[in-house]
Design a protein around this ligand. Structure first.
Ligand SMILES: [Zn+2]
Length: 352
């Protein structure tokens, strides 16, 4: 009895096995072999796109697209009627948008493409579709995966009015051989002033202004062995070299021997009413956006504001010698806020 049952079971198993292997073989014969792989950088409706094309000799490629929350950077494309074929199972990509494609035959008899992007995949950040074979081009039927480059994370320009047609000089304090003040963790004033100034420039240019920078790299404006006066006059000269520059804004970070000192202040040259107006608007906006202690709007004889023929202001964003403010000053998002505040103040100065 017992042996008969076992035999029966074995026989059944054998039959099932052969039927299923027949089915697999039959399906395999209908599977298109993936044989084509191309990538390129292109543009779609003005947007930068990284395109991956995977193809096979087939009338049609049937596919399904999915993403998995736990593989947030992957786009998964299951091609129902294909298998890996001639393509390598792992292909590294040279793109800032995606780093790798993995191609794998799945146990149930289809090919799975997994694209690993450099950022989390979001709806609308990619597109999958098919293209028919093109005999002229010698390309087979393809599945196309377009990965869209997000518009560069632009600084928020909210509240910045139009500065169209205005000419503005921006002076990132220090630079090159002169680090300016240095914070307890080594953040240099020259790096903060340059980063914030570049952001200010991009916002103002985006709002229609022409911006003249006294420097836009880490360098001395006059030269390495200049006297303070030569260096500062060189900055004033950049502002006057081009005719029609209307205002001069010099950007600095404060420093003090006591690391408790903190806050924001703005300066103007005492006899300049327009300089006072500019410094006042800069102070208002920087305090609103930066949230630090308001040390006020002050007069001073700083070289650049005294010698600029146009209304000028020097801003001390915060103290790089203060632990908390050093951290904030080196944070790109905080820099964005300060830059937007400066641009907003400038647009208000011009009556916008
Ligand atoms: Zn300084």
């Amino acid at each position: 009895m017992k042996s008969f049952l076992v035999r029966c079971f074995l026989l059944t198993a054998l039959v099932v096995l052969s039927v299923s292997s027949l089915a697999t073989a039959a399906r395999a014969n209908n599977l298109a072999e993936l044989s084509y792989f191309q990538t390129k950088e292109t543009k779609v409706a003005g947007q930068d796109v990284f395109r991956i094309e995977i193809g096979a000799k087939a009338d049609e490629l049937k596919y399904a697209v999915s993403t998995k929350p736990y593989f947030a950077r992957q786009i998964i494309v299951d091609i129902n009627n294909a298998r890996q074929g001639k393509l390598r199972s792992s292909i590294n990509l040279k793109s800032e948008l995606a780093r790798r494609v993995n191609i794998q035959d799945m146990p149930d008899g289809h090919a799975q493409i997994r694209i690993t992007c450099n950022q989390d995949v979001e709806e609308g950040s990619y597109k999958v579709y098919t293209l028919p074979a093109d005999r002229k081009q010698g390309t087979p039927t393809r599945i196309v995966i377009d990965i869209m480059k997000e518009a560069a994370p632009s600084v928020s320009t909210s509240g910045v009015g139009s500065v169209k047609g205005h000419k503005i000089a921006i002076d990132p304090g220090h630079g090159g051989s002169d680090s300016g003040a240095v914070g307890p963790r080594g953040v240099t004033e020259k790096s903060v002033t340059l980063a914030v100034s570049q952001k200010v420039r991009s916002i103002l240019e985006g709002s229609g202004a022409r911006v003249i920078m006294t420097r836009d790299t880490d360098r001395d404006v006059y030269g390495v062995n200049a006297t303070d006066k030569q260096e500062l006059q060189a900055r004033v000269d950049v502002g006057t070299r081009e005719p029609g520059v209307e205002i001069f804004v010099s950007i600095h970070c404060n420093a003090f021997s006591n690391s408790e000192a903190s806050g924001t202040e703005t300066y103007y040259y005492a006899s300049s009413a327009q300089g006072k107006k500019l410094a006042t608007l800069l102070n208002e906006e920087l305090i609103k956006a930066g949230g630090r202690t308001n040390r006020g709007v002050k007069t001073a004889n700083f070289y650049v504001i005294r010698h600029s023929p146009m209304p000028a202001s020097l801003v001390e964003l915060a103290f790089v010698t203060n632990y908390e403010e050093e951290r904030l000053l080196s944070d790109p998002q905080y820099q964005d806020r300060l830059a937007t505040a400066i641009a907003r103040a400038i647009s208000r100065y011009f009556g916008q």
